[in-house]
Design a binder for this molecule. Structure first.
Ligand SMILES: C[S@@+](CC[C@H](N)C(=O)[O-])C[C@H]1O[C@@H](n2cnc3c(N)ncnc32)[C@H](O)[C@@H]1O
Length: 293
């Protein structure tokens, strides 16, 4: 069962989902069962993840930060649509690129690179790879999937499967900005829903500390503040679009958990749109990478 307190609305949603193996459905959005992960696993969310990938690649100025040299193998934990891993497979055609997630990415229709492989797995249950199997281990945006108490163990696993002299890179966001009442309400509801599953939405700033505790060396940290809104050009429009699709994605689960109701949530979304139009906000991301000694 899920490691958080059940509420009456969860039971209603579970009844609604009966018979659909592996997934739960809240108001037409599909979620993975038996995981603390709160975001949906459906086409709309996959579109958001691809969009977010392009935004982050643009904001971070590339797919990776450490000096990878002649890469022989890389692992992406919690790969989502597999976009990052597929692009790495193209950039490093000589390397074996493995993408792991609870659920396989959907087929894109395009042929997959021969050096790309998907493996189903659960990062909370240990990684199904030998010690030192990869030159580069990457994990991005799993904040909403990993309970706070599990982070040190997850980071140790990332370090374990990385080869000596190989690199581990983490990227996680800061909590959503709190502007006026609409943005604050949305951020607060996500925080409440997350806390019920032991997830701390403030954990992003600790990525370098997790790498240090996992025994990694030469740790580099970067905080990238992505501006939000049309005043900040193309990147600002992308960040604002991602903000609204993210909160739309989280909507049904938060309502199903009884954290708030649909009317209040939708009113806060509309209010947040007005607040974002009026103010200048940023969406910070924390990136850290370290070398295995
Ligand atoms: C917000 S998405 C990020 C996807 C990708 N890393 C990216 O940056 O585009 C989080 C992903 O983690 C996966 N996930 C959630 N819990 C997981 C777990 N325990 N083990 C492996 N993957 C998990 C979800 O299925 C989802 O694809």
């Amino acid at each position: 069962m899920w490691p958080f307190k059940r509420h009456a609305r969860d039971d209603a949603a579970l009844a609604d989902a009966r018979g659909r193996r592996g997934f739960l459905f809240f108001g037409g959005r599909r979620f993975v069962a038996d995981a603390p992960y709160m975001l949906p696993k459906d086409d709309a969310e996959l579109n958001r993840l691809d969009f977010q990938h392009y935004m982050l690649r643009y904001a971070m100025r590339g797919l990776y930060a450490p000096p990878l040299g002649q890469l022989r193998s890389a692992l992406d934990v919690g790969c989502g649509t597999g976009r990052w891993a597929l692009e790495m497979a193209q950039v490093f055609p000589q390397a074996r690129i493995v993408a792991l997630d609870l659920v396989a990415p959907p087929a894109t229709g395009a042929p997959q690179p021969a050096n790309f492989q998907f493996i189903e797995g659960n990062a909370l249950k240990g990684l199904p790879f030998a010690d030192g199997a990869f030159d580069f281990t990457h994990q991005r945006a799993l904040l909403g999937a990993i309970p706070e108490a599990a982070w040190p163990g997850v980071a140790r696993e990332l370090a374990r499967v990385t080869a000596p002299d190989g690199w581990v890179q983490l990227i996680e966001p800061a909590p959503a900005p709190q502007g006026g009442p609409g943005m604050s309400a949305l951020a607060g509801w996500v925080q409440q829903a997350s806390m019920r599953r032991g997830i701390n939405t403030m954990i992003g700033s600790q990525v370098s500390e997790f790498l240090r505790q996992a025994g990694l060396q030469d740790i580099h940290t970067r905080e990238v503040e992505i501006p939000m809104g049309g005043h900040a050009g193309r990147l600002g429009v992308m960040a604002e679009t991602n903000y609204f699709t993210l909160f739309s994605s989280a909507r049904n689960f938060i309502i199903a958990m009884g954290v708030t109701d649909a009317a209040d949530y939708d009113a806060a979304l509309a209010q947040a749109r007005a607040e974002l139009d009026q103010g200048h906000y940023v969406s910070p991301y924390y990136m850290a990478y370290g070398r295995k000694g």
